[in-house]
Design a protein around this ligand. Structure first.
Ligand code: NIG
Ligand code: FE
Length: 424
């Protein structure tokens, strides 16, 4: 298939973009792409590719931006129920960590998730996954973490693998058994930490070997935070995970600065995520490392808080900067990377070009997939978007509506635009 005549083709070529290099879109005007099977086999000007591939079936992208599919590197996709009541409580003035300490928050979703059968869990999560897809996300990371007991955490993994199997969107799985202290261990956080590191992680390794032997090992993540896992407990879990061969992630500095970002850098984690109250020392540690700083601006937005990731500082210090939704039932239920981009531009004063790179090639790097996705280059997987806009800056500029006309996933085109409904 030859996709041609795009007003702007954003290639994002050249690999992940570190520090001030962020925002190089590699634009080809009147650009075209040739796709064979699931891969990109040619990228260039429309005239050249039309001449070189005269017999290809064509897809006209006139007046549209053609760009890589969004990669969302941080979601809590799999849960049951909702917490609309807590949103109302928070808007009436009750802090998130207070609701969590009283057995609400994550724990209330844990209760609903444990009680849900497989069919319900998959059906509810599927609707979110499809919403991600029609808004342009072609690969998403997805975490467990609403089980907090070995059997349920494994059930969530199973559900995620089933969703990955059935849907066009690709999922990259993360084990987040350390999302909160399980209610059974309310007064013994160290006991739960020992359960995660000593029992769950070795079982996970074995389980993965039998259930998903062909997939790379999942990431292991920890919520390093006051009232969740302190720095030493986070280190215990992540060190054990690293020894077992798992790639690492961390939730750090969402509310309190405990040193989780520097820990991620020290252990060679793929990413450190949230990073709202990150100290200058932690920023310097990230900047010296290969660990990607993943900002989740919808989380402070969802909680109506005023502080966001110090993106300017991270970029000036030479860190890798990426964006994600954090889609979850508590702090931010939003599936759209387009909204993340619009918010990131305003709340962190970054440009649309920087936000787009942070939501494609750099977010692919945050899940260690930048060799195969996140840009439009020969040999890469054909994951692309045709946006119903003539200029890339409409991303960021516009928000709250879907700008995607078509999603191309592994070379297959899915029309998602509502288009024009003709009345009889
Ligand atoms: O990333 N920080 C921890 N986890 C989620 C919130 C999960 C929840 O409230 O259910 C987050 O914000
Ligand atoms: Fe999260």
């Amino acid at each position: 298939m030859l996709i041609h005549s795009s007003s702007q083709l954003l290639t994002l070529q050249g690999g992940p973009q570190r520090g001030r290099a962020l925002g190089a879109l590699g634009i080809i005007e009147n650009g075209a792409v040739v796709v064979h099977d699931e891969k990109i086999i040619a990228v260039g000007k429309t005239d050249e590719l039309k001449a070189g591939y005269p017999d290809e079936p064509t897809l006209d992208a006139s007046g549209c931006v053609l760009m890589p599919g969004f990669v969302d590197p941080h979601t809590h996709l799999i849960w049951a129920g909702d917490r609309a009541n807590e949103f109302e409580m928070k808007m009436s003035g009750k802090p998130y960590l207070e609701i969590l300490a009283e057995g609400g928050g994550i724990i209330s979703t844990v209760k609903k998730t444990r009680a849900a059968n497989m069919e319900t869990l998959i059906a509810q999560s599927r609707s979110r996954l499809l919403r991600m897809f029609i808004h342009g996300t072609t690969t998403a990371e997805a975490k467990t973490g609403y089980g907090l007991q070995t059997a349920t955490e494994l059930r969530l993994l199973k559900a995620l693998l089933a969703l990955d199997d059935e849907s066009p969107l690709d999922l990259v799985v993360t084990f987040l058994g350390a999302h909160a202290i399980a209610p059974e261990y309310k007064d013994d956080p160290q006991g739960y930490t020992d359960l995660v590191s000593g029992t769950m992680l070795p079982m996970l390794k074995e389980w993965w070997g039998t259930h998903a032997p062909r997939l790379p090992l999942p990431f292991v993540d920890v919520f390093c935070e006051t009232k969740a896992f302190d720095l030493l407990q986070s280190k215990q879990i992540l060190t054990q995970a690293k020894e077992l061969g798992f790639p690492l992630k961390i939730h750090a500095d969402e509310f309190d600065n405990l040193g989780g970002a520097a820990l991620a850098a020290e252990l060679g984690a793929a990413s450190a995520d949230h990073l709202v109250v990150t100290s200058d020392v932690d920023i310097a540690a990230l900047a010296k490392s290969e660990t990607v700083a993943v900002s989740l601006p919808c989380t402070p937005f969802g909680l109506a808080e005023e502080h966001y990731t110090p993106a300017q500082k991270l970029i000036a210090a030479d860190a890798y900067f990426a964006l994600a939704t954090d889609c979850n039932p508590g702090t931010t239920w939003n599936e759209s990377m387009q909204f993340v981009i619009a918010l990131a531009c305003r709340a962190m004063k970054i440009t649309p070009a920087q936000a787009i790179a942070a939501a494609t090639i750099n977010s692919a790097h945050a899940i260690q997939r930048s060799e195969t996705i996140g840009s439009i280059e020969v040999g890469k997987q054909a994951d692309m978007l045709i946006l119903n806009v003539p200029d890339y800056r409409h991303l960021g500029y516009r928000y709250g509506t879907n700008l995607v006309r078509q999603v191309i996933k592994r070379g297959r085109a899915y029309s998602v635009d509502v288009g024009y409904y003709q009345t009889a």
